[in-house]
Structures are given as C-alpha cells and as structure tokens.
Write a protein that binds this ligand. Sequence first.
Ligand code: NAG
Ligand code: NAG
Ligand code: NAG
Ligand code: NAG
Ligand code: NAG
Ligand code: NAG
Ligand code: NAG
Ligand code: NAG
Ligand code: NAG
Ligand code: NAG
Ligand code: NAG
Length: 366
Amino acid sequence: MMAGAVGQFLLPFMACSILHTGSSASGNETDWLSLLDFKKAIPLDPQQALASWNDSTHFSSWEGVLCTANNPRRVAYIRLERRGLVGQISPSLGNLTFLQNLSLATNQFTGEIPASLGHLQYLQYLYLSNNTLQGQIPSFANCSSLRVPWLHRNGHVGQFPAELSSGLSQLQISLNNLSGTIPASLSHITTLAVISCAYNNFVGNVPDEFAKLSNMQQLYLGANQLSGRFPGAIMNFSALTDLSLGLNKFNGEVPPDLGRVLHNLLLFELPDNFFHGPIPPSLTNASNLYYIEISRNNFTGLVPSTIGKLNKLEMLNLEYNQLQAERKQDWEFLGSLANCTMLIGFSMTGNRLGGKVPAPLGNLTN
Ligand SMILES: *[C@@H]1O[C@H](CO)[C@@H](O)[C@H](O)[C@H]1NC(C)=O
Ligand SMILES: *[C@@H]1O[C@H](CO)[C@@H](O)[C@H](O)[C@H]1NC(C)=O
Ligand SMILES: *[C@@H]1O[C@H](CO)[C@@H](O)[C@H](O)[C@H]1NC(C)=O
Ligand SMILES: *[C@@H]1O[C@H](CO)[C@@H](O)[C@H](O)[C@H]1NC(C)=O
Ligand SMILES: *[C@@H]1O[C@H](CO)[C@@H](O)[C@H](O)[C@H]1NC(C)=O
Ligand SMILES: *[C@@H]1O[C@H](CO)[C@@H](O)[C@H](O)[C@H]1NC(C)=O
Ligand SMILES: *[C@@H]1O[C@H](CO)[C@@H](O)[C@H](O)[C@H]1NC(C)=O
Ligand SMILES: *[C@@H]1O[C@H](CO)[C@@H](O)[C@H](O)[C@H]1NC(C)=O
Ligand SMILES: *[C@@H]1O[C@H](CO)[C@@H](O)[C@H](O)[C@H]1NC(C)=O
Ligand SMILES: *[C@@H]1O[C@H](CO)[C@@H](O)[C@H](O)[C@H]1NC(C)=O
Ligand SMILES: *[C@@H]1O[C@H](CO)[C@@H](O)[C@H](O)[C@H]1NC(C)=O
C-alpha cells in the first residue's frame, strides 16, 4: 500500500519509536503519514490548496489542518471545502484517531466514502456534500460522537443508511440515488432534529415509530416515491418548523388539527401528491407560517377565511386542486389575504372558481 518513498521516511521514525515505547509509529507520526496518503489520492489540485503540505513545516501548519493543542499535536480538523480538489478520499483518514471535523464539501471527490471513517470515535461533523461520491454509505455505528453527517448532493446508491450512531442531530442525504424504505430503526436516534432525504428513490411509508423523534424540527422527504396516508408520526413533532412532503404519492386527508399541533410551522409543502379533503382551517393557528405550497393535489372545499391571520405569509400556492369559490362568502379569504403584506406569490389557477371576484385583489402585491 505504502509507496517506497514514504516507506523509507517511515523507517527512522519506526526505529525511534520502537526504541522509546516498544510500539509502532507514535500517534502524531501516524497522523503525518495519513495526511500524506490523503494528499497522494488527490491528483488534481488546481488551486494549490495542498502546496503547503510539504516537509518544510510540521503538519499542524499545513493549510486546512487544525491540530489539538497538547503535545504531540494530533489532527483534529481537516477543512478543505470549495478547493476544487479532484481525487478520492484516502482510507488512511480512518487513522486520524483524534479527528473531530472533516470538511471536504464542494470538491470533486469520487469513489466511495472509505469504511475506515467509521472507526473515528471523536468524529462530530462530517461534511462531504456536493462531491461525486458513489457506492454505498458505510456504517457510522461506531462513530459515537457523530452529530452532523452531510452527505447530500452525491451519487450514493443502496439503502437508507441505518447504521448510525445514536447522538445524531442532523442527517442530510438528499440528492443521491438511494432506494428502498425508510428504516423504522432510525426512530431510536431521538436526538434527530433534521432529516433531509429528498430527491432519492425511497418507497413505502414513514414508519409509525418515528413518533418517538419528538425533537424533529425540519423534515424534508420530497421527491421520492413515498406513499400512504399523511404520516401520523409527524403529529408528534410539536417543534416542527419545516415540513416538506412534495412530489410523492401520499394520499388521504391532512389531519384537521395540524396547525394547532404543529404551531411552530414556518414552511408547509406538500405539492404533487394525492391528498384530498379540506385545507385544515387550523393551519392559521401556525402564526409564523410564511410558505404554503399545496398545489397539484385534490383539496376540496373553501380556502379558510382566516388565512389573513398569517401575517408573515410570503407564498400561498393552491394551484390545481378542487377548491371552490362561488358565493360571495366563499371569497372572504381574499379580503383577509389583504392583511398578508409580505405576500409575494399567490396562485389558485386550476380550481373551481366562479362568481364575482371581489375588489380587494388590488391590495395584494402583484
Ligand atoms: C512548502 O510549504 C511552504 C509553506 O508551509 C511554502 O512556503 C513552500 O513554498 C512549500 N514548498 C514547496 C516546494 O512547495
Ligand atoms: C511527534 O511528536 C514528537 C514529540 O512531540 C516530535 O518529536 C516529533 O517531531 C513529532 N513528529 C511528527 C511527524 O509530528
Ligand atoms: C468542529 O466543528 C464544530 C462546529 O462547527 C466546532 O464547534 C468545533 O470546535 C470544531 N472542532 C474543532 C477541533 O475545530
Ligand atoms: C492507515 O490506514 C490504512 C487504511 O485504513 C491501513 O492499511 C494502514 O495500516 C494504516 N496505517 C497506519 C500507520 O496506521
Ligand atoms: C456544488 O459544487 C459545484 C462545483 O463542483 C458548484 O458550482 C456549486 O455551486 C455547488 N453547489 C452548492 C449548492 O454548493
Ligand atoms: C464497531 O465496533 C465493534 C466493537 O469494536 C466491532 O466489532 C465492529 O466491527 C465495528 N463496526 C464497524 C462498522 O466498524
Ligand atoms: C440511479 O440508480 C439507478 C439504478 O438503481 C440507475 O438506473 C440510474 O441511472 C441512477 N441515476 C443516477 C442519476 O445516477
Ligand atoms: C411523542 O412524543 C413524546 C415526547 O414529546 C413521547 O413521550 C411519546 O412517547 C411520543 N409518542 C409516541 C407514540 O412515540
Ligand atoms: C383527483 O381525483 C380524481 C377523481 O377521484 C382522480 O382521478 C385524480 O387522479 C386525483 N388527482 C390527484 C392529483 O389526486
Ligand atoms: C385556531 O384557529 C381557529 C381558526 O382561526 C381559531 O378559532 C382558534 O381560536 C385558534 N386556536 C388557537 C389555540 O389559536
Ligand atoms: C386583518 O387586519 C385587520 C386590521 O389590521 C383586522 O381587523 C382583521 O381582523 C384582520 N383579519 C384577519 C383575517 O386577520
């Protein structure tokens, strides 16, 4: 594995360590070798981001390498996002025992995430998003410090990653090519506050067990092939601010008390599904809502006349449903909308509208 040149460097260190400790290379030398391996797996470095990674200085002063303060200094943070790097992620990074943060987002790393990263027990923040990584997502079950893996915008395939450590606060795997169902076992990670798995090929339901994830704040499941009724578990997410279920195959009615229970909602998106029944009037209890997008379903009935209570509303997209407005009182919501002074997008094209549209439309911004 190790190229000859590095091997020759290694020998004196090894001899020295063996003399002093009786063991193989001491930790900081392992770190040094791991970094050299990492660099070696990056054939293209157009911005010369790794030019300082040479023998003239200790690795703690190499660009993008932050070390622990104590002696010997160990690598704690590799920070090389947006550096135009083209190559693979060397499995040797798994030897950086004290690595806490690895940020390689927005480069052009290809190949797989090395399974050896799964040995890093101090790893907290793993930012690998927006590369062209492929293959399956390895197990992080042993990364007991992991909080935030960002793996979105890559080309990962295979199942929803289920082997995760129990302290995660975010899981970002959107914009990959993952498939299969969403595992119920994820519900054991009760610290999860953000799940984003939009733009994959997931099928099936949102497991009922997810009700245990009561710290959930942002749930993005859009653009998959999920199905079934409105996921009941979501009604246990009282801290939820962002709910995005669009471009799936959900059906049935939206719970009438949604806005009362999820009263912290800011964003409510479920376009392009098969929902039917009324728009829950309780939506107006979620008084911080600024984004409502429920187009291309089969919602029926009237638009709640209290919609104007949402004075932070910026977007109300009701297009292509079966909503009705015939009689004068059916149009009350429109007068109420005049209170929504932040509104920049409103459409209800493609519904069952009739009668005489009342005047206050003019109060609406464009
Ligand atoms: C080695 O890195 C130092 C900065 O640490 C830099 O000044 C020097 O030019 C580099 N040497 C080579 C040969 O790239
Ligand atoms: C490792 O640490 C020892 C003791 O602090 C130091 O003498 C040696 O130069 C270090 N080696 C590397 C590669 O950092
Ligand atoms: C890792 O990133 C987190 C969050 O940005 C930060 O709090 C922590 O100090 C970083 N660790 C190191 C070793 O810099
Ligand atoms: C570093 O990691 C690689 C790949 O995981 C392994 O083969 C190698 O033995 C390790 N080297 C050291 C010095 O620990
Ligand atoms: C993703 O990376 C490409 C370059 O590789 C860059 O142009 C684009 O802005 C990045 N996108 C995001 C969302 O960071
Ligand atoms: C996690 O650690 C256990 C115990 O050390 C080990 O048996 C298992 O193979 C490890 N799993 C991974 C994916 O590294
Ligand atoms: C996603 O994976 C499927 C096979 O599961 C493949 O046919 C398709 O081309 C992949 N799409 C992308 C964008 O990689
Ligand atoms: C809903 O969340 C609460 C905590 O807010 C929890 O005690 C309860 O068990 C959860 N319900 C279910 C069905 O998991
Ligand atoms: C709406 O309902 C009609 C009649 O039941 C059905 O044919 C159509 O597929 C439904 N469309 C959506 C988007 O649910
Ligand atoms: C919820 O909204 C309804 C309709 O706007 C209103 O009658 C009710 O008082 C609200 N409840 C709460 C708790 O705000
Ligand atoms: C709209 O605003 C007016 C005046 O600020 C207020 O009297 C009225 O109740 C509001 N309507 C709604 C539906 O919130």
